[in-house]
Design a protein around this ligand. Structure first.
Ligand SMILES: Cc1ncc(COP(=O)(O)O)c(C=O)c1O
Length: 488
């Protein structure tokens, strides 16, 4: 993903752009880059009017010389795909109707616990919260949000203060369509987006729609994010655990299930952090096509990827078979309760109905403020700011673990805000969590995320997002673990 350059090099610019790695051979780099961009435009991932990153930014991100990008842009401009205007940068031009991707013109019509015996992790006070996936509230861009809230409140038309469109505010659905296409390779339209109160509400809505359509079960990764398994259960569906490994969920195990859908986080599974490999992505899509099952793609933290070219969404490869779920919880704050669904057209009306019945639609002021963030490239700028910070925190956490807890094994750290820590042999995870809590450290026991927690290996989900300096915390953890080993 593009976006780890010096902030001043890209000021005011949405630099994130999902492009494949340029192959080492097969034509000049300029030709290859032009082909990649042309395919993205013709495939509908780069919409008309999308501003491309400045050549110097893209060159740094791709590791090529600036002239490669300049020449690729010039070739595409000569072919009519791009247009460059002084002071306005390079943008995608509207295509002629004969070769255009399907129209995405916004719709002008305005529409006037399961047995909850798991401990709540939300409000327990502790000095250090190592919970998986928590972003740092200190990094929340309060000033920019305030500016957009003010502007939204000052300009929102009276009519928009009535009950909102249950699919979400149209400007946000348009901005998300463009953003998701550009950054995650999602192929959708504003009419297919339903804005929801976080990915979890999105999943609840999807479950209700599937249940009403006659579904009985949804396959889930084993382990998977516990609250999502609970959401499936309370919707009257049976979650079917499907084992995976370091390469993600194994699709061959789906074959004997009669699941109507599978819930999967292919870019960064929770809690293990596994990434679904290319072969399994292909086989998962083949399974969905053959059985007419749905893939529910939970893309909750994919923007925070640190070490390699980002993996595009599954949805972009099979838009008719995948319901895509995204969330602002990791990038901004869980408290915003902002998420989005991009659904195949045939499910949109039912999702819209469920959303209306759930809460009569999400707060449009939040949505319009967020739309302004996206439209102005400030979302991309925020990502460029936080990604290197979280990457440094992750690296420092890993370095501290390697030094202070070498007998524990970490994995799944390529993206997001957590890693998976398998504890050294002989450590009792529940008592470790209790002892650490008494010392002011809140830990997340990975067993929370297993269908049957007694099957879970002793492990923690270690969230490093809120730790500017992880070493003292890891030292304290190491001390507690080693003390428990010597007393057992
Ligand atoms: C796997 C997974 N998906 C989604 C989310 C985000 O859910 P929401 O958008 O409802 O906050 C989380 C949060 O931790 C998660 O772990």
């Amino acid at each position: 993903m593009i976006g780890q350059t010096k902030p001043d090099a890209t000021e005011g610019f949405p630099a994130d752009l999902l492009l494949g790695r340029l192959p080492a051979s097969g034509g000049t780099k300029t030709l290859q880059l032009a082909q990649e961009l042309r395919a993205a435009i013709l495939g509908g991932r780069l919409l008309s009017g999308t501003r491309l990153p400045p050549s110097r930014v893209l060159a740094v991100e791709l590791g090529v010389s600036r002239s490669v990008v300049v020449h690729a842009y010039a070739d595409l401009a000569a072919d009519g795909y791009l247009e460059a205007r002084r002071g306005a940068g390079t943008r995608v031009r509207p295509l002629a109707s004969s070769d255009a991707a399907p129209s995405r013109a916004p719709d002008a019509t305005r529409l006037a616990g399961p047995p909850d015996n798991r401990p709540s992790l939300v409000r327990i006070p502790a000095r250090v919260r190592l919970l998986g996936g928590l972003p740092d509230p200190q990094l929340f861009p309060r000033t920019t949000w305030l500016r957009h809230y003010r502007a939204t409140l000052a300009t929102i038309p009276d009519i928009d203060l009535g009950y909102p469109d249950p699919r979400g505010a149209e400007p946000l659905r348009c901005a998300l369509t463009s953003y998701l296409g550009r950054v995650r390779g999602v192929l959708t339209t504003p009419e297919q987006i339903v804005v929801c109160e976080g990915a979890t509400q999105g999943l609840m809505l999807i479950c209700r729609v599937l249940r009403l359509a006659g579904a009985r079960s949804i396959a889930v990764e084993e382990p998977c994010f516990g609250p999502h398994r609970d959401a499936i259960t309370v919707s009257g569906l049976t979650p079917l655990p499907i084992a995976g490994d370091a390469h993600g969920l194994d699709p061959s195990r789906l074959v004997e299930s009669d699941a109507a859908a599978v819930l999967v986080a292919p870019a960064h599974s929770y809690p293990t952090g596994a990434t679904l490999d290319t072969d399994r992505r292909r086989r998962l899509i083949a399974w969905a096509r053959e059985t007419e099952a749905l893939i529910i793609e939970d893309d909750y933290d994919a923007e925070l990827r640190y070490d390699r070219t980002p993996i595009g969404s599954l949805q972009g490869h099979a838009p008719d078979h995948v319901i895509y779920l995204g969330s602002a919880s990791k990038i901004f704050a869980p408290a915003l309760r902002l998420g989005w669904i991009a659904a195949p057209q045939r499910h949109v009306a039912a999702l819209q109905r469920e959303k209306r019945l759930a809460d009569m639609g999400s707060n449009p002021i939040d949505q319009l403020a967020f739309a302004r963030f996206l439209e102005r490239g400030e979302f991309a700028r925020h990502l460029r700011r936080i990604r290197p910070i979280y990457r440094r925190r992750r690296d420092a956490t890993i370095a501290a673990l390697d030094e202070l807890l070498p007998d524990a094994a970490w994995s799944g750290a390529a993206a997001g805000l957590h890693l998976y820590l398998t504890l050294p042999p002989g450590v009792d995870a529940p008592s470790l969590v209790t002892t650490a809590y008494r010392r002011g450290i809140l830990l997340e026991h990975a067993a929370l995320h297993w269908a049957n927690p007694t099957n879970a290996p002793p492990a923690l989900v270690l969230g490093y997002g809120t730790l500017p300096n992880p070493t003292p915390v890891i030292a304290a953890l190491s001390q507690i673990i080693h003390a428990s080993q010597s007393s057992s």
